[in-house]
Design a protein around this ligand. Sequence first.
Ligand code: GLA
Length: 385
Amino acid sequence: MTDNLFHQKFGHEPAVTVVAPGRINLIGEHIDYLGGEVMPIAIDRSLRIEASPVEGSVCEIFPEGLGIEESATFDLSELQVRREKSDIWLNYIIGVIAVYRDAGVMSPAFRASIESDLPVGAGLSSSAALETAIALVIESLSGIEQDVVDRALLCQRAEHDFAGVPCGIMDQMAVGAGKAGRVMRLNCGNLSHSYFPIPDGISILTADTGVTHALGDGEYRKRREDCEMVLRRLQLDSFATLAERGDMEKTKEKMGTRLFHRASHVVSEMARVESFSQALVTGDLDELGHIMRAGHESLRDDFEVSCVELDALVDAAYAIGKRGGVVGSRMTGGGFGGSTVSLVKTESAAEVKRSLEDFYQEKFGRDLNCFITTAVDGAHLVPSA
Ligand code: GLA
């Protein structure tokens, strides 16, 4: 391999190559930061970092895969949050190096290239892919290996402290511990996880609206704060307790309308995860479709994190319906733009994709980035040829 980006930029082969996939989430949205369970998969769109150690303390990165032409350098002795808009992406890298340092793992300086076919800002966890890939680069260059859960927690901390996004743990865990052909069920309270089958003959279609979400812009944080306020008002320590009590209606007065809606989403979404995994096991496609639809409506109406484009795409998928091969559809990820995920009959997948693309072009005058998605293994080092 001599035509790769790393070789072009630095004139030699890299010491280490890492691949980190994106993720979609099938059910369990906006409940990971509340200790809920989620069901993501790692997808066959990924980010690839090639890197080699260098003398001294200055790192140099060519981030073409993030859509950025300019290379960037930074000094390992100055790992500070970057505030310049053009440098924001660097926080994901600097942040991971800094949290590893604080955990006692000092990265050597390195030069690296980033290539990617994972769209940025599409709700497909390009941030977690970048963090996890850098984490693996650091581990490989320093000769250590973290457990997949510890690595995810370090990456999450980097996102909190350096990117300023108070995210949950779903993305980092899906990117790190996804399994080929399987849906992960992750308990975000204790981080235990297991894997479920994707029913035979079913394909996953991801549709990126091209509406760029910016979780850092405050709405994500506000949803989290609303949920924390619910627990304070009800003097509860978790939504699981609220769900067990089963007396949501009685809490309406104490919470007020907005918080009641937020809590309704959380409690109903937690129940949907349970029914969704049962339906995956029994292969009950109708039930999967109903659950995904209810999940989308709850995110749209109660949690208010959807947008016009996502709603239109989900409606278009259900309009194609069972006869056209659509099992279910919903927005996926943090929302405010980003992508939808649909389960479709494999034999109809190409046709459904075309229909959604035509629909989107006609309605919004823009191309839809729609692709059939397979579940792959999580982030890993690529052995050198
Ligand atoms: C983003 C966050 C995740 C999760 C989802 C919503 O992707 O990074 O932690 O909260 O939104 O489910």
